[in-house]
Design a binder for this molecule. Structure first.
Ligand code: NAG
Ligand code: NAG
Ligand code: NAG
Ligand code: NAG
Ligand code: NAG
Ligand code: NAG
Length: 399
C-alpha cells in the first residue's frame, strides 16, 4: 500500500506544482498590467516558461496515466531478466510506476496479490528451466541484506560447492528475490532468478525477527509456494542460511506429501509433537498439499501476529489435515540439523541451518564456522573421517 500511496502522492505533487506555477504566473501578469513597466518581451518569456512547464508536467502526467509499453513489460515481468540494464536505469522512478501498475487491492486470495501482470508465465518458465526430471525445484528467498559480500548468500553458494555431491543441485535452485539488489546479485551467479514484488513492503533491509516486515515476508513466501504447487512443481524450500553439505534427496522419505526439518527432533518422524522448522521442507505437488498450503495461509488470520512456523505448530493437529489425508513427516536432526540441535555426526549430516540465531552478524559469524568445520572435515583422511564421531564447533554466538 505504501508504494501505491507513494505513486499517488508523486502524481499529486505534479499537479500542485503545476497549478501553483500557474497561479504565480497569472499574478505576475496582474502586476505587469498594473505597473505597465515591463516589456512585452518579458511577458513573452514568462508565458513561454509557463507553457514549457505546463507541457512538461503534462508529459509527466501522461507518463503516469499511460506508462510506455517498455515500463509495462518490465513491470509485468518484474525486473525482466532480458533487460537488467534498462530496469536498473529506470529504478529511480520505480516507486511511482509501481503504484500505477499494481492495483491497490487487499484481496488476500493466495497467489493473486503477488502476480501482477503476466508473472505467472515468467514463473512457469523459471520453474521449467530449473526443474529436475520429476518436476522438483529447490527454492530459496533472498533480500538485499543477505546478499552483502561475505554474507548469507555467499555461504549458501559455497556450501553447494564444498558439499559432497551437492554441486549438481545448484542448477535446480531458484532464487526468489524480494528486491532489485537481491535479484541482480542472483543473476550474477545463477540462471534461475525470479523477482517477487509485494506491494507496500520494502524487504531490502534485514528483516528483524518478528517485526511486521518479517512476518509479511514469511507469509509472502507461503503465498508464493502455493503458486508453485498449483503450477505443478514439487519443491524443496530452503532458507538461504541452510548449508547444503550432502544431497538430501537420499534422506527424504519417498512419496510423502509434506516433510519438514525440525528445531528439535524428539519423537519419531510421524509424531506431530515434533517442532518443525519452516526453513527447510520438501513438498510434493498434489491436491492435498495445495489444500494444505491454502489452509496454512488462511490460518494466519486466525492467529494474527504469528509467523508461519508458529501457525503450523497450531494447525498441525487440526482435523482438516486428517480430512484431506495429508501425509506429514518430520526430518531427523541427525541429517537435517541446525544450531537449535546440531547433527551429532558430520558423517551423516545433509544440511545445517543457522536457526535459533537472532541477528545477522551472529548468524554470519557462526555460519563461517560451519563452513570451516566442514572444510576441515572434508580435508581429513578417509579413515580418520569415518572412524571418529566428528562434532561441530558451533553454535558459538547463536542461541
Ligand atoms: C544495477 O545496480 C546495482 C546497484 O545499484 C549494481 O550492483 C548492478 O551491477 C547493476 N546492474 C546492472 C546490470 O547494471
Ligand atoms: C481494505 O483495507 C482497508 C484498510 O486497510 C479497509 O478499510 C477496507 O475495508 C478493506 N477492503 C476490503 C474489501 O477488505
Ligand atoms: C562423498 O560421496 C561419495 C560418493 O557418494 C562417497 O563415496 C564418499 O564417501 C562421500 N564422502 C563423504 C565425506 O561423505
Ligand atoms: C510414532 O508416532 C506415532 C504418532 O504419534 C505413533 O502412533 C507411533 O506409535 C510412534 N512409533 C514409535 C515407534 O514410537
Ligand atoms: C484435484 O482436484 C481437482 C478439483 O479440485 C480434480 O478435478 C482433480 O481430479 C484432482 N486431482 C487429483 C489427482 O486428485
Ligand atoms: C558435540 O559438541 C557439543 C558442544 O559443542 C557437545 O555438547 C556434544 O556433547 C558433542 N557431541 C559429541 C558426540 O561429541
Amino acid at each position: 500500500m505504501d508504494s501505491v500511496d507513494g505513486g499517488t502522492n508523486c502524481k499529486d505533487d505534479e499537479i500542485v506544482l503545476e497549478s501553483s506555477d500557474h497561479h504565480n504566473t497569472s499574478s505576475n501578469h496582474h502586476q505587469q498590467q498594473k505597473q505597465h513597466n515591463r516589456s512585452s518581451r518579458e511577458i513573452f518569456q514568462i508565458t513561454l516558461i509557463f507553457f514549457i512547464m505546463l507541457g512538461l508536467s503534462g508529459l509527466v502526467l501522461y507518463q503516469y496515466a499511460y506508462p510506455s509499453p517498455f515500463y509495462q513489460r518490465s513491470y509485468s515481468q518484474s525486473f525482466s531478466p532480458r533487460n537488467p540494464m534498462k530496469e536498473n536505469q529506470s529504478s529511480p522512478s520505480r516507486g511511482a510506476l509501481q503504484g500505477n501498475k499494481i492495483s491497490p487491492s487487499n484481496d488476500t486470495t493466495p497467489g493473486k496479490q503477488i502476480s501482477p501482470g503476466n508473472d505467472d508465465k515468467t514463473l512457469e518458465k523459471v520453474l521449467d528451466q530449473a526443474a529436475m526430471e520429476d518436476k522438483t525445484v529447490i527454492i530459496t528467498t533472498l533480500n538485499a541484506a543477505w546478499t552483502e559480500p561475505n554474507s548469507i548468500f555467499d555461504f549458501f553458494l559455497e556450501s553447494f560447492a564444498i558439499g559432497n555431491g551437492t554441486q549438481n543441485l545448484l542448477k535446480h535452485v531458484i532464487v526468489i528475490a524480494f528486491d532489485a539488489k537481491a535479484y541482480f546479485r542472483c543473476l550474477a551467479v545463477l540462471t534461475n532468478c525470479y523477482a517477487l514484488k509485494t506491494e507496500g513492503v520494502d524487504f531490502a533491509d534485514e528483516a528483524i525477527f518478528m517485526t511486521e516486515d518479517y512476518l509479511k515476508m514469511m507469509w509472502t513466501r507461503i503465498e508464493f509456494l502455493i503458486s508453485v504447487l498449483e503450477i505443478g512443481y514439487n519443491f524443496v524450500f530452503t532458507d538461504a542460511d541452510v548449508m547444503w553439505l550432502r544431497n538430501p534427496f537420499h534422506r527424504f522419505y519417498s512419496n510423502v506429501d509434506f516433510q519438514i526439518a525440525c528445531d528439535h527432533y524428539w519423537f519419531n518422524s510421524t509424531d506431530l509433537n515434533n517442532s518443525p522448522n519452516g526453513g527447510f521442507n520438501y513438498v510434493r505437488s498434489n491436491n492435498r498439499t495445495i489444500q494444505f498450503y491454502k489452509f496454512w495461509y488462511k490460518s494466519k488470520d486466525k492467529f494474527p501476529g504469528q509467523h508461519d512456523q508458529d501457525v503450523l505448530n497450531m494447525i498441525k493437529f487440526d482435523p482438516f489435515i486428517n480430512k484431506i489425508g495429508l501425509e506429514i513427516r518430520f526430518l531427523d536432526t541427525a541429517y537435517f540439523g541446525g544450531f537449535c540441535e546440531p547433527s551429532k555426526d558430520l558423517n551423516l549430516v545433509c544440511t545445517m541451518h543457522a536457526n535459533c540465531c537472532i541477528g545477522l552478524d551472529n548468524k554470519i559469524h557462526d555460519l563461517k564456522m560451519v563452513i570451516d568445520d566442514w572444510k576441515n572435515y572434508m580435508s581429513m583422511p578417509g579413515h580418520e573421517k569415518f572412524t571418529k564421531t566428528i562434532n561441530w564447533t558451533v553454535p558459538r554466538r547463536c542461541f
